[in-house]
Design a protein around this ligand. Structure first.
Ligand SMILES: Nc1ncnc2c1ncn2[C@@H]1O[C@H](COP(=O)(O)OP(=O)(O)OP(=O)(O)O)[C@@H](O)[C@H]1O
Length: 253
């Protein structure tokens, strides 16, 4: 991966591997909503066993890109393969293959966390899932509310449950959109654990956030978006500390 000098225009688009060789392949993705061009020709590849942060300001196109990867929003143009599946041809197959924590919503208000897990296990025909469910509820400190409906959950509790549900079935591609939004330090640490566990078993993790420091902690590489376009593709090491903060600001301005 390469990073352009901060403040300059990005270099040429990356040379992309074959979809069979990577967990996620995005080739010249465009997404338009009427006259709004949310994503304007983004290309990147994400391998299994690695975590990639999608960084950028509000409106940069992060969530739209994540929705395409989750099979929720179709690409207007471009080629997108997730876990070997073409999202335009088989969005349902993609939905089955990934674990997706959307930036908002996704929870059933009248269901408890345990019922969410039961439902996910049933839909995915999982057996022997109870120990993992119990472990994850403890990790995210949700054991005490496992049998309470999510209606009265705080924003942070809902976010923690959404991350937990995305990771529950150990997907080959884990998509976390703004997992740290409003989440306390315990939830942040639990999310780091889930990302580490996923990459250690060979999954690809894509994590969208505008929080540079947490992206550095959670991910090994970063894709920086601005105005729907890719402006850098770099090691998160280069975004560390004061120098990293300056480099990041230069990419956004
Ligand atoms: N369904 C939609 N209809 C119209 N415009 C949309 C829609 N979804 C996204 N957009 C527009 O596309 C652009 C990119 O939005 P997106 O949500 O992908 O950005 P983001 O980087 O995730 O921002 P944030 O950090 O605020 O979540 C914005 O201009 C947004 O208003």
């Amino acid at each position: 991966m390469s990073a352009p000098t901060p403040g300059t225009t990005p270099g040429p688009q990356p040379v992309l591997p074959s979809p069979a060789d990577v967990a996620v392949l995005v080739d010249d993705l465009h997404v338009r909503f009427g006259t709004v061009e949310a994503v304007t020709g983004v290309s990147f590849a994400a391998p299994g066993g690695a975590s990639t942060a999608l960084l950028g300001r509000n409106g940069a196109g992060k969530s739209t890109t994540m929705r395409v990867l989750a099979g929720v929003v179709p690409p207007t143009e471009g080629r997108v393969h997730v876990a070997g599946i073409d999202v335009a041809r088989d969005p349902l197959g993609v939905k089955r293959a990934v674990g997706y924590c959307p930036d908002v919503g996704g929870l059933v208000p009248r269901a408890t966390p345990w019922e969410h897990l039961q439902l996910a296990a049933t839909l995915r025909r999982m057996t022997g899932w109870e120990d993992r469910a119990t472990h994850l509820l403890e990790l995210f400190e949700l054991s005490g509310v496992a049998h309470r409906t999510t209606t009265g959950f705080s924003h942070g509790m809902g976010r923690r449950l959404s991350v937990l549900l995305a990771a529950f079935h150990e997907p080959d591609v884990l998509l976390l959109d703004e997992p740290f939004d409003g989440v306390d330090p315990t939830g942040v640490e639990a999310t780091f654990d889930v990302v580490r566990e996923a990459t250690e078993r060979g999954a690809a993790v894509l994590l969208s956030t505008h929080l540079r420091e947490l992206a550095v902690e959670a991910c090994s590489t970063a894709l920086v978006l601005r105005g729907g376009a890719r402006v850098a593709d770099m090691e998160t090491y280069d975004l560390k500390g004061e120098e990293g903060a300056r480099a990041y600001r230069a990419l956004l301005d």
